[in-house]
Design a protein around this ligand. Structure first.
Ligand SMILES: Cc1ncc(COP(=O)(O)O)c(C=O)c1O
Length: 451
């Protein structure tokens, strides 16, 4: 790992924080007002995670750019951490939203003619045939796990060490040696998640088999590449082996493609031709409007619908009054069929690849032995080389101060990185000129560190 002088880093962080305060007076004033009636001074407490001394207040965003109330125009490679991967307010999605608003009926407890089109499109991309909609990817995962337990009559789930699948109780675990434990900081768990879940290291089929062998596991829930602890790519054959092992022991496989859709129109499932039992997704497919979706293989969907012990129609634990609403589905139809098209993915992949290629060269020029992991339209810097193969390896490579510095220094140079990752996401609206902007800002931020 490249060593960075900690005293210099501390001084640089202080300078950047000062520079930010001085150049964001309107955001500062609004942030101080927000403290009165918002918990933690923000609409959601995770917004405190931005490295800036206070949150930037947004005026507007379009395509890959965002303008704040102080008049700064940023290149946005955070893109609502995937919620705006289609670009901010893409025109076809905006048109569909306007049309739905004008025709009236945003949420009626009845289907419109958009649901079938969205489900067809998701089937074409991900292979599983029957879909349901939610308001978030978190809910899609929650309902999928309930369904898996109901179908298999088994109590447990397997997830990967250092995974993140939204605020899904069963997934808040990490490995402590060989033991599964509640993840540090887990807020008020209803039950100890170690009683519902077994964690295994990513890319370790031996550990997976040990977790499945007693046939107590309803489902293995995983991202096909981990994306919430840096990006950890699957070893060749790992995912195919995972599906085979799970099926051998009678467990279902659920692939969470919420972030990994960056790999292509059908995520890694489509790209690698995987055959999971379920797929969950959310964020990007609504073009910025809340939506989640979970899809099952046809025979599993038929089995759950035929299950007389499963109350799918009232208070059986799968619900959401606004889920499947007309607005979300109108937005998803336009986003999937007109914005996040196959061609758009090709272009996004090419722009992202150029960014990664140049970023690797830039890091090497500055003497930083860091890795940049690429997953289609998404890439991420990790302060270690070679790239980690497990969540725990990647967690060990974390460097809180360095991470904060890069985020803050880039914000001061009008580039927004997602607060949780040193991740760059490319939308269909991100151009090679944006790549230049990003690299110039990064070079400027790295120069005093490398000195
Ligand atoms: C892989 C994955 N799944 C699910 C979610 C949950 O998404 P949401 O917070 O929109 O429910 C996230 C959020 O970051 C995620 O990274």
């Amino acid at each position: 790992m490249t060593l960075v002088d900690r005293d210099r880093l501390g001084a640089l962080l202080a300078d950047e924080a000062e520079r930010f305060r001085a150049s964001h007076p309107v955001s500062a004033q609004l942030a101080s007002r927000r403290g009165e009636h918002l918990v933690g001074g923000v609409p959601m407490t995770w917004m405190r995670r931005w490295a800036t001394p206070f949150a930037i207040t947004v005026e507007r965003a379009k395509g890959s750019e965002l303008v704040d109330v102080d008049g700064h125009r940023y290149l946005d490679v955070c893109l609502g951490d995937t919620g705006a991967m289609a670009g901010h307010s893409p025109e076809p999605t905006a048109r569909a939203i306007r049309a739905r608003l004008e025709s009236g009926g945003l949420t009626t407890m009845l289907p419109t003619d958009d649901a079938e089109v969205v489900a067809d499109e998701l089937t074409r991309r991900f292979g599983v045939e029957r879909w349901q909609f939610t308001l978030s990817a978190t809910d899609a995962n929650r309902f999928m796990l309930r369904t898996a337990r109901q179908l298999t009559k088994r109590p447990l789930v397997v997830v990967m060490d250092w995974c993140y699948h939204g605020t899904v109780d069963e997934s808040f675990v990490v490995l402590d040696g060989a033991l599964t434990r509640s993840r540090p900081g887990n807020v008020g768990p209803a039950v100890d998640p170690a009683t519902t879940t077994r964690a295994v290291p990513f890319n370790d089929l031996g550990a997976l088999e040990a977790a499945l062998a007693d046939r107590q596991v309803a489902a293995v829930l995983t991202e096909p590449a981990l994306t919430n602890i840096g990006i950890v790519l699957p070893d060749e054959g790992y995912l195919e082996g995972l599906v085979e092992l799970a099926h051998h022991y009678g467990s279902l496989v659920v692939l969470d493609e919420t972030h990994t859709i960056s790999a292509g129109p059908g995520g890694l499932t489509g790209k690698l031709g995987l055959r999971p039992d379920g797929v969950t997704i959310g964020k990007a497919i609504g073009g910025g409007v809340p939506i989640g979706a979970w899809g099952l293989r046809a025979e599993l969907a038929d089995a759950i619908v035929a299950d007389r012990d499963a109350d799918l129609e009232d208070t059986g634990g799968i619900g959401g009054t606004l889920a499947g609403n007309a607005l979300s589905l109108a937005a998803a139809r336009a986003t999937l069929t007109e914005v996040l098209t196959e061609r758009a993915f090709d272009e996004m992949g090419a722009v992202s690849h150029e960014l990664v290629r140049r970023e690797r060269a830039l890091l090497a020029d500055h003497g930083f032995d860091w890795s940049v992991v690429e997953l289609g339209a998404r890439s991420e810097v990790r302060f270690v080389s070679p790239p980690p193969r497990t969540g725990a390896d990647s967690a060990r490579a974390a460097d809180v101060d360095l991470d904060r510095y890069l985020h803050l220094a880039l914000a001061n140079r009008e580039v927004l990185l997602t607060p949780f990752h040193a991740m760059t996401l490319v939308a269909p609206t991100t151009t090679l000129a944006h790549v230049e902007t990003y690299l110039d800002a990064l070079a400027d931020a790295l120069a005093p560190l490398a000195r």
